[in-house]
Each structure stands twice: as structure tokens, then as C-alpha cells.
Design a protein around this ligand. Structure first.
Ligand SMILES: [Mg+2]
Length: 219
């Protein structure tokens, strides 16, 4: 039924919350602290768990009630740079059930496409370290530094591979990111429910407890 499956990377295929978020968050919060604004790690982690791009709000809330020396937007810029544009020095890996899923999908001749958002440098490092070219025909990065969006990049992927929206399933963990892009372009979507609550809007086609449930959708 679905000819092609478009996967998000962070927290869809790669468990960044276990592997990358803690060190990146520590580094980003340390950078703020060096510039005079202190935010506890646990509060920042909680904000990340429950919200989509919660950083401006979180930093504003702390700047309002705590001593600080820089304008709020400077702290936000510094945080975003440190958190999202860092070098991936850690050994990262896909869980074995994700590897099994990708192997199965590839063996069943599904066209697998990657659609990730973030700094080109950081996302390219992740893609290389995870050997994603083993499974994916095209890997597309929507880099907000270049003004690129997932909607734009998804549209390009459909055109490049001559796919109709209806035959392309988009899988991801962020309603506000890849799922909204899918809805906008008319692609069926599968949201892995990790973050709550999501923004209001049309429901995704499917909601899944785990990315491995994708296999049942494509049988
Ligand atoms: Mg994600």
C-alpha cells in the first residue's frame, strides 16, 4: 500500500533523548551559566519532554525572575547554537529493533527516505555515524539556518522520486514538524507518541506507541 516511507531521525529512529540530549543540554546550560543565567538541568529536560522548541519561553521565564546580564534573545541564540549545532562526539547507535525494522522494510522493497531537521553539520555527522546510507535512498536535511522547512524538503523528495502523496507514509515523533508537513502535502502520517500534549490540528493518519509498529502498517 505505501510505496515509500519517509522517516524522521531524531527520536524516531535514533534515541537522542538517551544518547545525545543529556550531554548537549549540559553543554548548552553551562554556556548560559558562563554568561550569567542559570537554569537547572531537570527543568530544561522537562521542558524538552513536554514542549516543541520550548527554549525561548523557558529562557524568558528564567530571565524574568533571575539575575542575568545579557538580553534574553542573546541567551536563546547561544543556547540554540550550543544545543543544536554541536559536534557529535559520542558513539551513537540505532537500537536493534530499529535495525530489524529497516532491514525488513528494505527487503520488502519499500523505498526509504530520510527527512531530518537541524544543522547540516550535526545531522550529517549523525547520518554518517549511523551508516544510514545502508537503508536510505535519499537523506534530506531541512536546515533552519538556511531557512529550509520540512514541508519544502518533503515536497522535493516526492518530486525527486516521482511519488504521489497518497503512496508516501511520513513517520515521526513531532506533530509540529514532519507530521504537519505531511498533512499539509496530503501524505498519510504516523505519529509516534512521545511528547504530550501536541499542538491542535488535524489528527495524523496513525498514532503508534513505537516506531517498530510501522511494520504492521505496511503489511
Ligand atoms: Mg524527531
Amino acid at each position: 500500500m505505501y510505496k515509500s516511507i519517509v522517516f524522521d531521525l531524531d527520536d524516531t529512529l535514533l534515541d537522542t533523548r538517551a544518547q545525545l540530549v543529556p550531554p548537549a543540554l549540559k553543554e548548552a546550560l553551562n554556556a548560559l551559566e558562563e554568561k550569567g543565567l542559570s537554569i537547572p538541568f531537570d527543568e530544561a529536560l522537562h521542558a524538552f519532554e513536554v514542549g516543541y522548541f520550548p527554549w525561548p519561553k523557558l529562557i524568558e521565564a528564567f530571565a524574568e525572575t533571575h539575575d542575568h546580564v545579557l538580553p534574553t534573545e542573546d541567551y536563546v541564540d547561544l543556547f540554540v547554537k550550543k544545543f543544536y549545532e554541536r559536534d557529535v562526539l559520542e558513539d551513537i547507535f540505532l537500537h536493534s529493533d530499529v535495525v530489524t525494522l529497516l532491514d525488513q522494510l528494505k527487503s520488502a522493497n519499500h523505498l526509504l527516505l530520510l527527512l531530518t531537521a537541524g544543522s547540516t553539520k550535526t545531522q550529517t555527522q549523525k547520518i554518517k555515524k549511523l551508516n544510514l546510507q545502508t537503508w536510505f535512498s535519499t537523506m534530506s536535511i531541512a536546515d533552519p539556518n538556511k531557512g529550509e522547512s520540512k514541508t519544502q524538503k518533503l515536497k522535493q523528495l516526492l518530486e525527486q522520486h516521482q511519488l504521489t502523496p497518497q503512496e508516501t507514509l511520513v513517520v515521526g515523533d513531532r506533530y509540529e514538524s514532519e507530521i504537519m508537513a505531511a498533512i499539509e502535502l496530503g501524505c498519510p502520517s504516523a505519529l509516534i507518541e512521545r511528547h504530550a500534549p501536541r499542538s491542535p490540528g488535524p489528527d495524523p493518519t496513525h498514532t503508534l506507541a513505537s516506531v517498530t509498529d510501522v511494520w504492521d502498517l505496511v503489511q
